[in-house]
Design a protein around this ligand. Sequence first.
Ligand code: COA
Length: 183
Amino acid sequence: MAQLDSKVSLLDISLRPFEESDLEDYVIIMSDNTVSKFCSWNPMGKEEALNDLLRVIYTHPWFRAICVKDRPIGYILVNQGKGSDGCRGEIGYVVGSAYWGQGIATHAVKMVISSIFSELQGLERLEALIDVDNLRSQRVAEKIGFIREGVLRKYWILNGTPRDMVIYSLLKTDTPVRMCWGF
Ligand SMILES: CC(C)(COP(=O)(O)OP(=O)(O)OC[C@H]1O[C@@H](n2cnc3c(N)ncnc32)[C@H](O)[C@@H]1OP(=O)(O)O)[C@@H](O)C(=O)NCCC(=O)NCCS
């Protein structure tokens, strides 16, 4: 498959569900240990990535490929709580390391935010939980207008070590911030 140019125009970015034919591009994202450094998964080989992709395609309620010219270069997901937790959802985003620093994650999160509160019934609050040392990801949340609520101490285990997480939120009613999104 032809290689994509790593310099991207934000106009070429779209979000769509993954398909099995995206495996090659999914492997590129999921096999990169620069990308997985602050993530809950370890770098994957082709077979593991295929199993993961099939799980995503067939079981995840809200998981989208971040595409450039319809080719996946990352992904973005929202996990909405169930029952009495249904008012909140957690957002996660990943961009292939060849494409970092061009505003792609920020653009993709903005695209999600423009519709997610009407798309997911009952959603009032979007959260992002970000490792305390993942400054790049924190910057994405802050650029969009997520509010930094605090630090959850020793909240999860990364490579065997308990880690602190910064918790951010954006509410459906955060209208003044939403007006700055430029959509
Ligand atoms: C986090 C991630 C999605 C960001 O993607 P991206 O497309 O590079 O993000 P953007 O270009 O939209 O924004 C990155 C911002 O971080 C800034 N940044 C980069 N390195 C930084 C650092 N060490 N400290 C602080 N800010 C930093 C960039 O300058 C940019 O901000 P700016 O526009 O004000 O200059 C990407 O790095 C990634 O996939 N990382 C691995 C997976 C991950 O950690 N996901 C988040 C899990 S919560």
